[in-house]
Design a binder for this molecule. Structure first.
Ligand code: PEP
Ligand code: MG
Length: 588
């Protein structure tokens, strides 16, 4: 009897951005082919669905007409004629009536009703032996995609809601996409593009989903149904893993599990060096649910709450009350430690669907974070009032992202003062002594840190952006990822400048960028005098072990040496040497 020969193993190489091993069946997500999820709707929602359909048809018609005009101006009216056929589809009374009948009969969302009918029409036409009618089938497909896109809108575009476990493969995933992933079904994900400090990667680590990015063509090379093993430690996707590979990975998982068990024993201890210097070790969160993982990790509170994730994937901006409840809930959960709530950092790679932000050529250099808030004071104030009100819990601190200089900080503080006046007048309580800090993530802020220090209670260094802006390396562009060097001499010098300026003004200084979780760099950060490290929750135990294995003297000596070095690789090698000397087991 002939048994089917096993398929050969194939390895795709990328960048591991979220640790862990996942094994399973691939689902390739192609946004344009995405089927909208089916939803049953009550009778009361029927008129609303019909109205949505009408709006989507009108929008689709307008888009087609506009495109027709543009093409006609550019290449002549003959070629623009193909759009007449598209217009016929959106105006096809028989098709529209059929959609209405399906909606009434099935009581489902309009996207599903429309797609069923349109697909049926297209299929029937494509099966007829007539080239003209077959072309009409293509027209229907094209228009269908457009109508569905308009129906779903940006806001409700839902990533595959497959009810089975799978490894998600996509050309790209935005931070909003990633925030929607279900840990129960998505075992891991792999993308063609992306980098370690993108918010997509940060989100994957928060959700504890193993992930590999920067695979270049995984979304083409892989097909739905392929069997793969995804190695988030080493950035590998192994297609059809053979028995030897599966055995090796089984061993690796055992080893990792043992290390994790050992690290978990440190949960109740503090991150204190061998000679007794305590470094506050906190964790970053993106969503309120992440607090659970923070508590389990043994972190001392939340060093960065990226509140903008609360604004993503929704049609309306969150109200003041909703935000107040959310922040208060997080603060209460974080007790006895504190939470640092960062004000809205939209823009860059994070876009709220409820806001029609214009597309920009250089979004990371554009209308982002505090710049946006200082122009949309209406939106900013809603959040500031909510944070102030939540501060009655007594353990809330707040910080502004992307401060570039003193004027911006003054303006932000003025808006905060206005909110305080309003709340006092309304008799709404808040903590008058709530500490306010500034993120230092733009070189201009680092260089002016001594001036900024006079206006805040703490600094938190956002190394993800500080590195991107100092070396001019887009943090999400995998092509230039090799240039993104945390140990660039310029970065080391800027970090020293910020810590020294903060300490000279009696401020504490934290690091909440991903550099805080790089255990090879822990000796450097401890030696620079950083008071707090805030990392992804899953990485807290490793960083704690690293700090607990170090001596301040050795770290100070390291800083002295690296400040005399001019090369990133030399600095990195020196840091790794010290780290290897003190915790070789963690680095293997
Ligand atoms: C940073 O820039 O280092 C930071 C912590 O903020 P974010 O990653 O959200 O930009
Ligand atoms: Mg930042």
């Amino acid at each position: 009897m002939n048994s089917e020969p096993s398929k050969p193993e194939k390895r795709l190489h990328g960048v591991g951005v979220s640790p862990g091993i996942a094994r399973g069946t691939v689902f390739v997500h192609r946004p344009d082919d995405e089927e909208p999820p089916v939803r049953q709707i009550p009778d009361s929602e029927l008129p609303q669905e019909i109205a949505r359909f009408e709006t989507a048809l009108i929008a689709t018609r307008a888009q087609i007409v506009e495109m027709q005009q543009r093409i006609s101006e550019a290449i002549g009216s003959k070629d623009a004629g193909i759009f007449d056929a598209h217009l016929l589809v959106v105006e096809d009374r028989t098709l529209i009536d059929e959609v209405m009948r399906t909606l009434e009969k099935e009581r489902c969302n309009i996207e599903h009703a429309f797609l069923q009918v349109a697909n049926r029409y297209a299929k029937t036409l494509s099966e007829i032996d007539d080239p003209y009618l077959r072309e009409r089938a293509l027209d229907i497909h094209d228009v269908t995609r457009r109508v569905i896109h308009n129906l779903l809108g940006k806001s409700t575009k839902v990533l595959s809601s497959l009810g089975v476990q799978h490894i998600l493969v996509s050309h790209n995933l935005t931070p909003s996409d990633t925030a929607q992933l279900s840990r129960a079904f998505v075992l891991g994900f792999a993308t063609d593009v992306g980098s370690k400090t993108s918010h997509t990667a940060i989100m994957a680590r928060s959700l504890n989903i193993p992930a590999v990015v920067g695979l270049h063509n995984a979304s083409q090379a892989l097909s739905t149904g392929d069997h793969v093993l995804l190695d988030g430690y080493n950035g590998l996707v192994i297609v059809n893993p053979n028995d030897q590979t599966l055995w090796e990975y089984g061993e690796l998982e055992d080893r990792k599990e043992k290390v994790a068990e050992k690290l978990a024993e440190l949960r109740e201890t503090e991150a204190t060096t061998l000679d007794g210097r305590h470094v506050i070790l906190s964790a970053n969160i993106e969503l309120p649910d992440d607090v659970e993982a923070v508590k389990k990790s043994g972190a001392e509170g939340i060093g960065l709450y990226r509140t903008e994730f609360f604004y993503l994937n929704r049609d309306e901006l969150p109200t003041e009350d909703e935000q107040y409840e959310n922040y208060l809930h997080v603060a209460e959960q974080a007790r006895p430690f504190s939470v640092i709530i960062r004000t809205l950092d939209l823009g860059g790679d994070k876009f709220a669907s409820a806001l029609e932000l214009p597309e920009e050529l250089n979004p990371f250099l554009g209308w982002r974070a505090i710049r946006f808030c200082l122009e949309r004071i209406d939106i900013f104030k809603v959040q500031l009032r909510a944070i102030l009100r939540a501060s009655i819990s007594g353990n809330v601190r707040m910080m502004y992202p992307m401060i570039s200089g003193l004027a911006e900080l003054h303006r932000a503080n003025d808006v905060l003062a206005e909110c305080k006046v309003e709340l006092r007048a309304e008799g709404k309580p808040f903590n008058e002594a709530m500490e306010v800090g500034a993120m230092i993530e733009i070189p201009s802020a680092a260089l002016c840190a001594d001036a900024l220090a006079k206006e805040v209670k703490f600094f938190s260094i956002g190394t993800n952006d500080l590195i991107q802006y100092t070396i001019a390396v887009d943090r999400i562009n995998e092509r230039i990822a090799h240039l993104y060097e945390p140990t660039h001499p310029a970065i080391v010098r800027l970090l020293k400048m910020v810590v020294d300026a903060g300490h000279a003004h009696n401020l504490w200084v934290g690091v909440c960028g991903e550099m805080a979780s790089e255990i090879a760099l822990t000796p450097l950060l401890v030696g620079l005098g950083v008071d707090e490290l805030s990392t992804g929750a899953a990485l807290v135990p490793r960083v704690k072990r690293a700090v607990r294995s170090l001596e301040t003297g050795v770290c100070l000596q390291l800083v002295e040496e690296v400040l005399r070095m001019d090369s990133s690789t030399e600095i990195l090698a020196k840091c790794e040497e010290v780290a290897r000397m003190h915790y070789p087991d963690l680095l293997s």
